[in-house]
Ligand binder design. Structure first.
Ligand SMILES: Cc1cc2nc3c(=O)[nH]c(=O)nc-3n(C[C@H](O)[C@H](O)[C@H](O)COP(=O)(O)O)c2cc1C
Length: 258
């Protein structure tokens, strides 16, 4: 069972959501903050360097420094007062198990497996979004992870890449604690609320809806579609406090609707 303190979450942004950014968002009122994404195996660390070289924002942390880095950033984020999850980018089971150990020992409240990243350097290794195309491997990896992990496991993915309902069913059967769905629909400028509705109707797993949330009305629409919480990335890119401010507005709007 994941812990959140209200309905609006800071979503992971590689190279941006460090401890300080998460702290600011949490202190301003975010319901949960997601640190990262952080690479946990040599393969994705290497891929991250290539992505960074093309000008994208990334956290580059050598494997030997990961433990210190994650412990320090989680501790900083936690001072903001909201639950903290860590978005984990891996291309190997070894990396996932390393992430499980480090994230759990860091005092984070949840581990979020990144099955969302679509950068070619990561997907060609079988990490990020490529994990969606092999349900069996994904299930096996999560089962192995759960053997060492006592904190909740969340999984983040982009909608409309595979059969979302079949994926949700498979993940529900292995008791993943939360789905975090980027409701992106290729060629469509706003969030695909229908996919949020369909997944929430078919599954009891805690559902975080994401994509294009930049106002109270959009957040409420996503919640009405069936998400139990929403997350925000680009809207808060320039100022982490914006997600906190939005969280407080959304709580007020929910109270008024009661
Ligand atoms: C600069 C940037 C970095 C991102 N890095 C990650 C990441 O490391 N892990 C992840 O799961 N999603 C990552 N995302 C995706 C966001 O969390 C989010 O799913 C996406 O931007 C859609 O939400 P939005 O419309 O609120 O921005 C990133 C997005 C941006 C803009």
């Amino acid at each position: 069972m994941i812990k959140i303190r209200n309905h609006v979450i800071l979503a992971a942004m590689a190279g941006i959501c460090d401890g300080r950014f998460c702290f600011e968002a949490a202190k301003a009122g975010a319901g949960m903050v997601i640190l990262g994404g952080i690479s946990f195996d040599a393969e994705t660390v290497e891929a991250g360097l290539k992505i960074k070289a093309r000008g994208k924002t990334e956290f580059h942390v050598e494997l030997g420094n990961l433990e210190d880095f994650v412990y320090r950033e989680v501790a900083t984020a936690k001072k903001g007062g909201a639950p903290v999850a860590v978005n984990v980018r891996v291309a190997t089971l070894e990396g996932l198990l390393r992430a499980g150990e480090i994230v759990q020992n860091s005092g984070a409240d949840a581990l979020e497996l990144n099955a969302h990243c679509r950068q070619l350097e990561i997907t060609e290794l079988g990490g990020g979004q490529a994990l969606l195309f092999d349900f069996k491997k994904l299930e096996e990896w999560i089962n192995d992870l759960r053997e060492i992990l006592r904190i909740p496991v969340m999984i983040k993915w982009r909608a409309n890449m595979v059969d979302d309902l079949a994926l949700a069913k498979a993940l529900e059967s292995i008791e993943v604690d939360a789905f975090h769905i980027d409701a992106m629909k290729p060629g469509y400028p706003e969030a695909d609320l229908e996919i949020i509705s369909r997944v929430s109707n078919e599954s009891k797993t805690f559902l975080i809806g994401n994509n294009s949330i930049n106002s109270t009305s959009r957040a409420i629409e996503m919640l009405k579609a069936g998400a139990q919480a929403v997350s925000v990335a680009r809207y808060t890119l320039t100022d982490p406090k914006l997600v906190g401010k939005l969280a407080l507005e959304v709580e007020n709007a929910i109270q008024k609707m009661k």
